[in-house]
Write a protein that binds this ligand. Sequence first.
Ligand SMILES: Cc1cc2nc3c(=O)[nH]c(=O)nc-3n(C[C@H](O)[C@H](O)[C@H](O)COP(=O)(O)OP(=O)(O)OC[C@H]3O[C@@H](n4cnc5c(N)ncnc54)[C@H](O)[C@@H]3O)c2cc1C
Length: 387
Amino acid sequence: MTDTVYDLAVVGAGVMGQFTADFARRRGAKVLLLDQWRIGDPRAASFSLTRSIRNDYMDPVYARLAFEARQLWLDFQRQTGESILIECGCLNLAKASVTPALSETYAERSYRVLEGLHLKTQAFDREGLEARFPQFDADLGRLDVEAGVMRVTPVVSALRARLQEASVLIEENTAVQRISRRGGLIAIDTAAGERAAERLVITSGLGSNDLLSRIEGCDLRLPLRPDRPNETKYLIPPAGKRAMFAPDRLPVFAYLDVGIYGHPFIEGETPGVKIGYYNPPDLNARPTSITSVQGFIDECMPALRDARMVDVQNADQCSYDLVADDDFILGAIPGLPGAAVGAGWRGTGYKFAPLIGRTLTELVFEGTTVEDISRFAPSRFEVSRAR
Ligand SMILES: Cc1cc2nc3c(=O)[nH]c(=O)nc-3n(C[C@H](O)[C@H](O)[C@H](O)COP(=O)(O)OP(=O)(O)OC[C@H]3O[C@@H](n4cnc5c(N)ncnc54)[C@H](O)[C@@H]3O)c2cc1C
């Protein structure tokens, strides 16, 4: 066993692992953050130019958690002095010729959830939309006001700088071979030698099962599955029209009934308006006329018809970590005291990252959490339970 004993070892240095390490070091813990790749590897889900931060879920539990996480992002922004969150809101759209039952659309249903939670919203009919957001051709718009777009690059550098200043050891390009209990500690055998810690957090995204299988005596396996957007494009408007797609005029936008989401154009930082199209395999929806980014532009965003469309490259080539029952996985690892796992964010995790980091830290240091996370317990997938 090595001489150095860490209070906490975190395996997986995406945004979840970085925030976990950050919350642990804030309580004075000696932390090791380990990753098989380097931080910022485009294969990891956390690395891109922008991520949306929004509260507009159809499930009030997720909406409330997203709003709480937003407060932690604002704290992080204040502490770092970096401008990381562009508060442009998130506009959910619907058009009767595409989804005729307007009252049953994602826009309308998530709006009712936000209203129920007394979060800030604005509602637009066709005329209201034309006046405020002339970029769109739609019948209904519901704005989640306290939402926006996150600049990922400064988040990554601010987090890394904070961790390094606090002497968190970041070991990149380090593969984990085996994890076991030894001498009352958690021993992590890596290609670079053995590491010992009092506690362990696994935030390894789609690599979580590989790690769980390396824990001696652990039969937990998570029903995770990778999936990717069907396409993600940058729309580069002609020079004279760019201002109307900047975040002071264009919010994050989505038509989730047809799998469309978009981020405004951040001049000098992104190549254009980002629009993704994702048709989840299990989406129980009727086919509509929109089956691509181009289809959405033709139908709902005429202001971009003369924009140049290019593929998003070097970012967002990563995958979502879908979960069989479509809920987060967050909680203790059965059979390994002092250890917890967080995974299965289903393409929507970034906005929750500080909350997840705080929760995982509470879990391994105190054995209890401020948030009720019983619904997300990993033990629901324990193999021995299914027997
Ligand atoms: C295309 C796309 C768009 C998205 N858009 C949004 C959005 O707009 N808003 C939003 O809120 N969320 C969004 N998300 C989701 C969000 O980005 C992810 O939920 C979040 O980044 C997951 O972070 P993570 O730290 O769990 O995973 P990752 O960033 O994947 O990090 C996991 C890390 O674990 C490491 N690892 C894996 N296996 C091992 C091992 N055996 N040993 C050591 N290290 C290991 C990996 O190398 C990796 O660095 C999007 C996701 C994708 C893919």
